[in-house]
Write a protein that binds this ligand. Structure first.
Ligand code: AMP
Ligand code: ZN
Length: 132
């Protein structure tokens, strides 16, 4: 496994991994609730290693994150049948909106009617460009 970067001592997600109970974990990855959820049930899936972004992940970390995405999607839909869709998103880099520089995959449950017009979804990363 590659060594963590020097920033890990100050990283809020490293602290969560070290001290909090995960919603789920698998191999090299860990999932927990987003503190400021976009929708009810919004989760973050992270590598246990302090890696700054998706492009720094190893093949095993990507495989384990993908396993958790599938497992958590299944669990969320079983627990809450009002969930009818998901957004999966990763902000890579400050200019792309990343605020915590420990890689995390947002898993955002969606429900019919949770916004006026969902068309375009993640295209909304640039305000005004969601619709087409
Ligand atoms: P990003 O903008 O992609 O870097 O997203 C960072 C995410 O981390 C945001 O959705 C925040 O709500 C979430 N967040 C920030 N601080 C915490 C925390 N202490 N515990 C859990 N989630 C957090
Ligand atoms: Zn970290």
């Amino acid at each position: 496994m590659p060594a963590p970067t020097d920033d890990s001592a100050d990283c809020i997600f490293c602290k969560i991994i070290a001290s909090a109970s995960p919603v789920a974990e698998h191999g090299a990855c860990f999932a927990f609730h987003d503190k400021y959820p976009v929708t009810d049930g919004h989760l973050l899936i992270v590598p246990k290693r302090h890696a700054p972004d998706y492009f720094s992940l190893t093949a095993d970390e990507k495989k384990d994150a993908d396993y958790l995405l599938h497992q958590l999607r299944e669990a969320i839909q079983q627990e809450d049948p009002s969930v009818t869709g998901f957004n999966i998103g990763i902000n890579n880099g400050f200019d792309a909106g990343q605020t915590v520089f420990h890689c995390h995959i947002h898993l955002i449950p969606r429900r019919k009617g949770d916004c006026e017009n969902p068309r375009g979804g993640v295209r909304g990363v640039i305000p005004g460009k969601r619709g087409y």
